[in-house]
Design a protein around this ligand. Structure first.
Ligand code: ADP
Length: 557
């Protein structure tokens, strides 16, 4: 600075130029100071410069104030320019004095200068301009500001547009009102959001489905009238409760877990569930749950739409029942056809035998023969009727089992003994074997005898003359197994899955021959199931079959 000073003074000496109000700064004790300097040359009587007069005034303080002001103004300017609202100043005549970028751009100008000096009448439709003008005149007159007034107008694209307007009076330094300061905010987005939200809330309110919103921990936030109607709880009773405590899914815990996992990985889940209602009843629901995300895509909660599918379920059940009923009618029809055939055969034989008996009164041998045939056919008829009755009884709700503690080996032995005459007639070897000290079982002995008799008789009937049938009672862990093995004709693998069905006869000719109705095995199976038991079959055509009855034994203690 010293050189500057000297250089300046040298120039004053040489050229005689004046330095007037020259601002100069210097640093002293690490602080900046400002001086305003005026220097004029001092001349002698001949006009020669002999020295100079200098006046220095310290303006450090004034300079600081000026700098602050400038900084403030720059800040204000930047702020006003950056704001997305349109900000403008107008004089008492409605002429634009200042406008920020948003303002002149939104009004369709290329710069602020292009807008300055214009009034609304120069660029917007007269109606609206007049309205603004009137509004502003009143503000200037009364000093009353206009705060957040929402205005709707039709924009250049002929669409409804919304602005929120604030206008306050503009004062000069004397406190006179000399115009207005205006701020226009574009609220189209807010309005659109509001409209959308009102649509959505109307939808949620009026939809007949239950709409349930929750936070991320599945605490209920929203419970629409549909949910109130479907479940019976009012919104105020359930808000804040955990969804799964209120309406637990009547399924295993694992599936709730699976549902949550699916929701987390894919963002949505849907499926059929059964939910409880407030009154304790249950309702079939089709539920669609989706995660709800914030603007950053982070999940914040969930919304579930639950639709009552009771009616669908009932219709579905009815359809199913109808199909089953049709199937049953079909089976019954086939059965009646088969049965009438089966019944007609012994009846025809009986008729012929009776006719011959009448005619052969003199021939005792022939009479005996025909009486034998009569007895056989009547037995067959009796068998059929008995099987039908048994099945009908087992089908009826009234069918009752009387369970007692039974020593199985004894019961099975009796059944085998009873069948010995049949085996002898067919020249078959019928053997019985039972493990010692078998634990007792709880059973309806009469029913069990019936089931066992069916199996042993089948084994004998479906095994050729000279074959073998063995019956074995043994213990397998906590169960008793009764195994009936034959060396008979066996069962074709195609028939095997059906032999327990009613009226199913794999070998029809043979079954008819032996008086079979196709009901024996289904009767047997029903009886065993009533004992909490099981019946299995293994068979190879030409080799024989093994039927096994598995019954739970009574455990000591
Ligand atoms: P059915 O009165 O005709 O014997 P079942 O219900 O007792 O009727 O048996 C159904 C069918 O299973 C029989 O018609 C027969 O074809 C077959 N079946 C049952 N037991 C045996 C067996 N031990 N060996 C071969 N076939 C068998």
């Amino acid at each position: 600075m010293a050189t500057n000073y000297r250089e300046q003074e040298r120039r004053i000496f040489e050229s005689g130029e004046h330095v007037i109000n020259f601002e100069i700064s210097y640093i002293k004790n690490e602080k900046q100071y400002w001086n305003i300097v005026t220097k004029v040359p001092l001349r002698d009587s001949e006009g020669q410069i002999t020295g100079l007069i200098g006046v220095n005034r310290d303006i450090t303080e004034r300079k600081a104030i000026e700098d602050n002001l400038l900084a403030e103004r720059t800040l204000l300017r930047t702020l006003i320019e950056a704001i997305p609202d349109a900000i403008y100043l107008k004089d008492t005549e409605g002429r634009f004095l200042l406008a920020n970028r948003t303002c002149w751009l939104s009004e369709g100008f290329s710069s602020m200068e292009a807008l300055i000096g214009k009034t609304d009448f120069d660029f917007i439709e007269p109606e609206r301009a007049k309205m603004h003008r009137e509004e502003e005149r009143q503000i200037i007159e009364t000093g009353e500001p206009l705060i957040n007034a929402v205005m709707r107008y039709i924009n250049r694209e002929e669409a409804a547009s919304f602005v929120m307007i604030t206008k306050v009076p503009l004062y000069d330094t004397n406190g006179e009102r000399v115009g207005i300061i205006g701020i226009n905010r574009d609220i189209n987005e807010n309005i659109r959001n509001e409209i959308q939200m009102s649509y959505q809330s109307t939808l949620v309110k009026n939809i007949s489905d239950a709409v349930i919103s929750t936070d991320l921990s599945f605490s209920i936030l929203g419970w629409n009238p549909g949910a109130e109607k479907l479940y019976g709880w009012k919104a105020e009773e359930v808000i804040g409760k955990k969804v799964n405590d209120l309406i637990p899914i009547k399924q295993s815990l694992q599936s709730v877990q699976a549902m949550r996992e699916m929701l987390e990985t894919t963002g949505s889940w849907s499926g059929e569930v059964i939910h409880p209602r407030k009154d304790g009843s249950e309702v079939d629901i089709f539920s669609s749950v989706s995660l709800v995300y914030d603007n950053e895509g982070i999940p914040v909660g969930s919304v579930g739409i639950n639709h009552d599918i009771t009616e669908q379920k009932v219709a579905e059940k009815q359809r199913l029942e109808l199909a089953v009923e049709r199937e049953r009618v079909g089976i019954l029809r086939r059965f009646i056809g088969d049965m009438s055939h089966d019944l007609r055969n012994p009846l025809a034989t009986i008729k012929v035998s009776l006719y011959l008996l009448h005619r052969l009164v003199d021939n005792p041998d022939r009479r005996t023969y025909h009486l034998g045939t009569l007895e056989l056919q009547i037995n067959r008829l009796e068998n059929m009727v008995n099987d039908l009755l048994s099945m009908a009884n087992l089908d009826s709700e009234a069918s009752e089992f009387i369970f007692i503690e039974v020593d199985l080996s004894q019961t099975v032995y009796e059944v085998v003994t009873h069948q010995e005459s049949l085996a002898a007639r067919r020249e078959q070897k019928l053997t019985f074997e039972a493990e010692k000290d078998l634990p007792p079982v709880r059973c309806d002995e009469g029913m069990l005898i019936r089931a066992l008799t069916n199996l042993v008789a089948n084994a004998l009937n479906y095994t050729p003359v000279g074959g073998e049938v063995s019956v074995h009672v043994l213990r397998q862990e906590e169960n008793i197994h009764i195994r009936i093995r034959d060396t008979g004709i066996g069962i074709d693998p195609a028939d095997l899955p059906h032999i327990f069905e009613r009226f199913y006869r794999a070998d029809k000719a043979r079954s008819t021959d032996t008086g079979g109705t196709g009901l024996g095995l289904s009767i047997t199976q029903r009886i065993i199931e009533a004992h909490d038991g099981e019946i299995t079959v293994e068979s190879e055509p030409g080799q024989g079959s093994t039927f096994t009855i598995i019954l739970p034994s009574i455990q000591p203690g």
